[in-house]
Design a binder for this molecule. Structure first.
Ligand SMILES: *Cc1c(COP(=O)(O)O)cnc(C)c1O
Length: 422
């Protein structure tokens, strides 16, 4: 049982000062105007889960109306020739530009899980018979990444080489260097750890994998749109990421994948379908893959599911990911300060890197009472998420989150934790 820290006059003054600091930071925030571009429903007083599902842009009502009334309702089947066939690649190029990829290397379609499956299979199959029979992955990777790797390993008779990572940190270059070698086919890791927020050294690890003769696949789910990324310059082979987190594409919006230009013709993905064929409308007897990125597409692109995504990509192009990152670092720094004052003294622990540049746009704090605390928070319109066994994840989405929202949310976490342990 943890004894709550005594509340003193100086403590109360520091808490009050925090609210004033939040207001001052909002007033000085160069991106503040964008926070009102998102739908902000009255019953939510602090949304701390934009890293799981970004808020919708308010302009979407009009965009969807136009899509239904004009693009779909009026253009009908002609829409395919007028842009929909190109849409996965046009949007892919634009998302690619946000993550440092030149055009022609990224596309949108399928879920992250399915794209990871396609890319993992393509990467290991390209090395069949070379003695490279291992996939390197860390043991705290997001479940779907581990499950996909396990599934492919079972299908192809491969072995998983697990890197054990600190739950409050993440995979290091040294750990990767210690396990890659002549048996490694693929290194599959996340740019930002979904639990701790730890930012991996993508460039260094990619180089280490290449030095060992292996390919590397980066999961960008928690970094796309919020951390400056240089896929081309860093020599990355393959990448995939979500669009419903910091790209605000909406629940279940399709994921994107990146396949480096010179690898495209060498890799074959396992779900071959008509949309990936060299000549889509040839209605040919046999499958002939497209020579380029299109071979990684399987079926009809999810056009309707990209309407919200496109609007957010436009906003990010306008603001720039560097500016988003600056606010993200400021937000997580402020959240850490508020947690240190109001939550950590109650026996909770920070389970994220403490330096702003070493973490993504979320922080995790742990306490055995947090499952119960999260339920109470949701009931009062404070929405972080809970990640078992004992973590509250505080996700800060720079274009929609205000410092005041962080202050309100962290204060509520402190109040509910105090109640729970009393
Ligand atoms: C959110 C997330 C996913 C989600 O995969 P889906 O197929 O979109 O459900 C995968 N990997 C990581 C690292 C994530 O954070």
């Amino acid at each position: 049982m943890t004894i709550p820290a005594p509340r003193t006059a100086t403590h109360d003054a520091a808490v009050q000062e925090l609210a004033a600091t939040a207001a001052a930071l909002d007033a000085a925030d160069p991106l503040a105007a964008h926070t009102s571009a998102f739908v902000r429903d009255g019953d939510v007083v602090s949304y701390l889960d934009g890293n799981s599902l970004g808020r919708p842009l308010a302009a979407l009502e009009e965009r969807f109306a136009r899509f239904i009334g004009h693009d779909w309702g009026n253009r009908l089947i002609r829409g395919w020739d007028e842009g929909w066939m190109r849409r996965p690649f046009d949007l892919g190029d634009r998302i690619g530009a946000l993550v440092g990829a030149a055009a022609g290397q990224a596309f949108v379609g399928d879920s992250t899980t399915v794209l990871l499956y396609k890319l993992v299979r393509a990467a290991v199959d390209a090395q069949a018979g070379s003695g490279r029979t291992e996939i390197v992955i860390d043991d705290d990777s997001f479940p779907t990444d581990r499950f996909v790797a396990e599934g492919v390993a079972a299908e192809r008779g491969l072995t998983l080489r697990w890197i054990e990572v600190d739950r409050a940190g993440g995979v290091s270059l040294e750990q990767v260097e210690a396990v890659v070698g002549e048996r490694t086919a693929l290194v599959l890791l996340s740019h930002v750890a979904y639990r701790s927020g730890h930012v991996a050294d993508v460039e260094g690890i990619t180089r280490a994998a290449h030095d060992a003769g292996a390919l590397v696949l980066w999961d960008l789910c928690h970094s796309a749109g919020v951390i400056p990324t240089q896929l081309d310059a860093w020599g990355v082979d393959l990448a995939a990421g979500c669009t419903y987190k910091y790209l605000n594409g909406g629940p279940g919006s399709p994921a994107f994948a990146y396949v480096r230009h010179d690898l495209q013709a060498r890799l074959a993905q396992p779900i071959q379908g008509w949309m990936g064929a060299a000549d889509v409308f040839a209605m040919a007897a046999a499958f002939e893959p497209a020579p380029d990125l299109r071979r990684f597409v399987s079926g009809t692109p999810p056009v309707l599911a990209t309407v919200a995504l496109e609007a957010m990509v436009e906003l990010l192009e306008q603001v720039g990911v560097d500016a988003v990152r600056e606010k993200s670092v400021a937000l997580t720094g402020f959240a850490e300060e508020a947690l240190a004052l109001q939550v950590l003294p109650l026996g909770a622990r920070l389970a994220s890197p403490s330096a702003g540049r070493e973490r993504g746009s979320h922080l995790t704090v742990t306490h055995p009472a947090f499952r119960e605390v999260t339920e109470r928070l949701w009931a009062r319109g404070v929405i972080p998420d809970f990640r078992g066994p004992d973590g509250i994840r505080v996700g800060l989405s720079p274009l929609s989150t205000t410092f005041t929202e962080v202050e309100i949310g962290v204060a509520a976490i402190g109040q509910e934790l105090r109640r729970a342990i009393r």
